[in-house]
Design a protein around this ligand. Sequence first.
Ligand code: ACO
Length: 328
Amino acid sequence: MTGKICGTGSYTPSFTMDNHDIAKLVDTSDEWIQERTGVIRRHIIQEETTVSMACEAGRRALENAKMSADEIDLILVSTISSNVVIPCTACEVQKELGAVNATCFDLSAACTGFVIAYNTALSYITAGIYKNVLVIGSESLSNLTNWKDRGTCILFGDGAGAAVVKACDQKTYIPVTHSDGASGEALKCSSRYDRNGLTKKVIPEEWMDNRYLMQMDGRAVFKFAVKSVPQAVEEVLDKNQIQKDEIVWYILHQANRRIVESVAKRLGESIEKFPMNLQEYGNTSSASIPILLDEMNRSGKLKKGQKIVLAGFGAGLTWGASILEWCL
Ligand code: ACO
């Protein structure tokens, strides 16, 4: 027993900011951003929220799977940018979609979040606990972005993607996931819990501004990604006794075109096998893989029987890879 993806959906805000718009905020240029990252524009929330985007992506995935919300028995949302601390985003999605039979919880593993949420769904299905799982990655990273920091604000965008994972009798592929908490300083965004009325800590305003926004050592994250992702891909292929020539698509977290190109090169694989949409959306953290998966599904690029590798990497540090066989 394992799970198969039987429907996908996504939502991205209609409001966009291109690199020229970013160059009005910080000292940068379209040329620099495109050359170093591959990003051309990003979609940014206006009226939308992490919850509203998750709901729309989830609704579209259910339609694509031809399933009703009450058939879902688990909703898993991966996010680092929830609207509120409680209730969790998954419970809010349950309310909006009317998924009355679902157990709901959120998962936080940054840009590896969708891969880990997908693995979690498979684990519950394989254990016989749930049958129909709605897995969502939804992020409003613009709320966490320091729009005065040219080292980070050029990278991120907002959006949501979703997949319905259903129990089936196919082969189970073992995933690979890793974490390195000791290197977590490379990419961080501090908590909202410093305002403890009992301890009466005094936090300087200007310090708070930065602590509550994302801070990144870009070079360190780059080095980590280009080393760890090819290793995780090799490991997951090895574990499942699958050869590279059996893999049709490598769907990587969409952080930076240079990272994707470097991973392809290190694996000795054609860049044609590494679809990208980061030029349009920037880095949308845990939403990037399901948005790309949905675009490929709807444009007919994914064919029944194709083997696909999903690979995520990001804050924590966390990284991982999974193999799936396309069934639609
Ligand atoms: N425009 C112009 N110049 C810039 C900009 C900018 N936006 N940002 C930095 N620079 C300057 C720096 O100040 C530096 O100038 P200096 O040499 O005079 O000091 C120079 O460009 C080089 O800076 P680097 O930081 O070394 O630039 P780099 O080539 O590493 O590119 C970047 C920076 C794009 C952030 C790169 O390091 C990167 O992509 N890292 C990975 C980031 C990432 O993908 N993070 C997310 C992954 S995990 C997750 O998704 C949450």
